[in-house]
Design a protein around this ligand. Structure first.
Ligand code: EPZ
Length: 420
């Protein structure tokens, strides 16, 4: 099993170029199921979850031309499209469930294995299914599979009990080929939702309001193929911004969208880091002021992203004083706490609240990545810990970060990937 070996690093210096967004490209790749014409995607990050989505689309009868060197993927519909997804894909990646809306809308039926929970929470899908039912689909559950069928979806108003990203995306895709108008209220507002809506509108959909809490979709008969470039990854952006701040570094983050990381910029400044938006990118300077303790509360966008909670926790270990973190989006997203405490951190959790005492040095240890973002937090902690930090189960990290080790080494981090 491959591992990362991370050592205490000098302040990070230099430039890092942000890749396309994992959480934008996955629903967009599922969206290619809505047309019988080819779709050409660029700025596609070369990472495990994208490989799984490519395998899933191939299994459904699509031809996939991959050029990861140039971050390009072309999806070409085959003669016959299957409507049932094998268990193995959903098992590897929850986002596989995003093929349900497009298949249901395009083929009138979809059979997808129920996505299980993962280390960060139970992650139910009832909001997705309620949405499909309101559009007229019949839902049955059998032997772990969810089957949805319809003689033709009909638009309706759907109020989401929680602004779920996945449910908003699945319903938006289903509504784009439904008869009449679908309105999603209390919709998720993440930039990835906007990128998906832009992609669908390029295919000929009629979607308004993406990025707000009310999305209006006027269904159309047919969608066409298109070319689309994926937005930069705001969580990768945030991860490198935190790395620069906590190592007292000076890093220019290129190909990033400042508007997408406003809550991260605000919290970094509150901690004492300097963040400047320049024409070339986001410049983070952690060398001027000592970092101070700060409280974080995760919320749906535009609130502070839950996908940055663990990385910030690693940084708060480098501050004077006590910080509090409250995780409101996922019920079990503190798996990394135990691993950080093995490195000598002093973090106490009580339900969805974590209390971090920052004034204690860290020491390298053997730890494991418990999930994607928790794994990234361990790399960050390793950069400021005495000795060597040995991180196992790095497949979690490589699901969501392209060229992670290479990018860190380019800005002076002491990190290597070893095969055991
Ligand atoms: C997306 O997951 C992201 N994944 C997650 O990123 C991210 O953490 C999450 O949104 C929140 O921002 C992708 O885009 C592929 P949700 P998703 O539906 O769509 C509950 C990462 O690290 N819920 O908004 O699964 C759910 O249990 C990953 O890149 C229901 O109760 O998130 C959770 O507590 C991790 N019923 C909350 O809502 C439902 O039907 C948010 O889930 C659906 C969701």
């Amino acid at each position: 099993m491959a591992k990362y070996l991370v050592q205490r690093s000098e302040p990070l210096k230099g430039e890092v170029n942000i890749s396309g967004s994992k959480n934008a490209v996955l629903p967009i790749m599922a969206g290619t199921l809505l047309t019988d014409e080819p779709c050409e995607l660029s700025e596609v990050p070369a990472l495990r979850d994208v490989y799984v989505m490519c395998d899933l689309l191939s299994d459904l009868g699509f031809e996939i031309e991959k050029n990861y060197e140039e971050n390009k993927v072309k999806v070409i519909p085959g003669k016959s499209i299957k409507t049932e997804t094998p268990y193995e894909h959903v098992n590897k990646m929850r986002a596989s469930f995003l093929v349900m809306g497009p298949l249901l809308a395009r083929k009138g039926k979809a059979k997808v294995h129920m996505p299980g929970g993962c280390s960060i929470g139970a992650r139910p899908i009832e909001l997705h299914l309620k949405g499909f039912q309101l559009l007229g689909a019949k839902i049955t559950e059998e032997q772990g599979y969810i089957e949805a069928t319809t003689d033709g979806l009909v638009g309706d108003s759907i109020y989401l009990d929680f602004p779920s990203v996945g449910a908003t995306e699945n319903i938006m895709m289903a509504g784009s080929l439904a008869k009449g108008v679908t309105v999603i209220e209390n919709a998720a507002q993440e930039p990835e939702i906007v990128d998906l809506a832009n992609f669908l509108n390029r295919m000929g959909a009629k979607i308004k309001g993406a990025g707000t809490d009310t999305i209006k979709i006027e269904g159309v008969e047919k969608l066409n193929g298109c070319k689309h470039s994926i937005i930069p990854d705001r969580i990768e952006t945030g991860t490198f911004m935190v790395a620069a701040a906590m190592t007292k570094g000076e890093v220019l983050i290129k190909n990033a969208v400042p508007d997408h990381v406003k809550p991260i910029i605000a919290k970094l400044k509150e901690c004492g880091a300097k963040v400047d938006i320049t024409d070339e990118g986001i410049f983070v300077n952690g060398s001027e002021n000592p970092l101070v303790a700060t409280d974080i509360k995760t919320l749906p966008y535009p609130g502070f992203p839950t996908d940055m909670q663990s990385q910030f926790m690693a940084m708060l270990l480098k501050t004077e004083g006590e910080s509090n973190v409250i995780e409101t989006v996922f019920e079990n997203r503190y798996m990394h706490v135990g691993e950080l405490n093995r490195m000598g951190a002093n973090i106490k959790t009580d339900g969805n609240k974590a209390t971090i005492r920052g004034d204690k040095g860290l020491t390298g240890a053997e730890v494991i990545a418990t999930d994607l973002r928790g794994g990234a937090a361990l790399v960050l902690a390793g950069l400021v810990a005495e000795g060597t930090t040995e991180i196992g189960e790095i497949y979690h990290i490589e699901r969501g970060y392209e060229k992670f080790v290479e990018k860190f080494r380019n800005i002076g981090a002491t990190i290597i990937r070893v095969e055991n």
